[in-house]
Design a protein around this ligand. Structure first.
Ligand code: SAH
Length: 411
């Protein structure tokens, strides 16, 4: 199992709540000690806190609402565009509450420009990626919740590199706002549009950065000027299966879709494919998922990367089918996207077809995820490596996400 960066001790406090319960070698959250925090941004704060912050700057509190409307509704990114704010305070408010958090380092597109991947550089030179995917009738943004990841899944590119740090709420929200902005400005083929769906399937384990992720979901779903006004039903949080955090999420009253990266129905295979399984076994993860479905009424998405001769045997399909039958679940099969140098590859078509047929025979709903964005997926892993060479003086770069480019069936 690759170990995270040697200089990334676990940090005490809230961020390491999950990490404390993880097996040795896994780092749940928190990142390296001593890292500077990202600057405070309007999207980190609720509307009342923004009003207080504006008042501290000596401005009238309602300016916070105006600034918020500019950011979340008008999607403005230059103080000069914020013409309802007096010129005398525009720059000051923007400097204090709209610091630049993410700088686009590279952009890649495919599918005629309707799939677009951005490599972002954070203020402290960590790198994260987001992907915009436009389909007829919807636009999905796949976002990162951490720079790197501490979960060490051996088939995932991000998992190999270890965790750099948690993203702040605003760093997560900014990825979506940037996509919303390019859609609103007609920069994505298909005419002006809006983000309808957000999936936490980029870099990182969202439930290991619990507080920032839940706050980001609130910001994304609150109506303007508090937030972006995306329906919670269009948001999917994907997890390796941090059982206590799934329970906590169920109690938040946020009707987001939960996706569980199961990848094996038996502990023997899952212990290897998803190392956190050594702490929370398949049965416990599924119990947490069923509890989530009970509380929220939302169908849980079971993610399963099909890996040739590793987890794609017919008996595993039958076992998975028997575990899921009768539950509010849907299986999303993902043909493995092999990482560079991987000893594993995607299943043979016949094995994949058999896997689908066996799940269906158990009455389980199943889709095979399309491989949209795959061309730029692999390329992006290399992008991060290239940037590392361009950018030597700063902390080491984390690599690219395992699979953010491929999404289709999660709405
Ligand atoms: N940490 C979260 C979200 C990030 S990854 C999680 O594990 O759910 C989003 C999905 O992509 C997960 O299901 C993950 O297992 C899958 N994935 C990662 N690398 C992959 C690869 N090389 N091929 C196919 N799926 C992959």
């Amino acid at each position: 199992m690759p170990s995270p960066r040697p200089s990334s001790p676990r940090v005490p406090g809230r961020a390491s709540e999950q990490a404390a319960a993880l097996p040795p070698g896994l780092t749940g959250g928190g990142g390296a000690r001593g890292r500077a925090k990202p600057p405070r941004h309007l999207a980190d704060l609720g509307l009342p806190e923004r009003r207080a912050a504006v008042a501290e700057l000596g401005e009238r509190p309602f300016r916070a609402d105006q600034l918020s409307r500019q950011y979340f509704a008008r999607l403005a990114d230059e103080p000069g565009e914020m013409t309802d704010l007096p010129q005398s305070c525009r720059q000051g408010l923007a400097d204090a509450l709209l610091p630049r958090l993410l700088t686009a380092e590279r952009e890649l597109e495919c599918d005629g420009g309707t799939t677009r991947k951005t490599l972002w550089r954070t203020f402290d030179h960590a790198y994260v990626e987001s992907v915009l995917m436009r389909y007829p009738g919807r636009v999905t943004m796949c976002v990162s919740s951490q720079a790197g990841c501490g979960m060490a899944c051996p088939f995932c590119a991000t998992g190999q590199a270890g965790l750099t740090r948690n993203l702040s709420t605003a760093e997560i929200v900014e990825q979506v706002v940037a996509g919303a902005r390019s859609l609103a400005r007609g920069q994505v083929p298909g005419g002006p549009g809006r983000v309808s769906n957000v999936v936490f399937m980029g870099m990182g384990e969202p439930l290991a950065n619990y507080r920032s992720v839940v706050q980001a979901v609130r910001r994304l779903t609150e109506a303007p000027p508090a937030g972006l006004g995306i329906s919670a039903r269009g948001i999917t949080v994907s997890t390796v299966g941090l059982v206590p955090a799934i329970g906590r999420l169920a109690a938040e009253g946020l009707p987001v879709t939960l996706a569980v990266s199961l990848h094996a129905p038996d502990d023997e295979a899952r212990d290897e494919l998803v190392p956190v399984n050594r702490r929370w076994k398949v049965a416990e993860v599924l119990d947490a998922a069923w509890h989530y479905a009970d509380v929220t009424g939302r169908r849980v998405s079971i993610e399963y990367a099909l890996i040739r001769d590793v987890n794609d045997q017919a008996w595993r399909a039958d076992l998975l089918g028997s575990l899921l039958t009768g539950h509010l679940a849907h299986v999303n099969l993902i043909p493995l996207n092999p990482t560079p140098g991987s000893r594993w590859t995607a299943s043979r078509p016949a094995a994949q077809d058999e896997f689908v047929a066996r799940l269906e025979a158990h009455g389980v709903a199943v889709t095979v995820r399309d491989t949209r964005g795959r061309e730029i997926d692999g390329a992006c892993g290399q992008l991060a490596v290239l940037s590392r060479e361009d950018d030597p003086p700063d902390p080491p770069l984390r690599s690219a996400p395992g699979n953010p480019g491929a999404e289709s069936s999660i709405r």
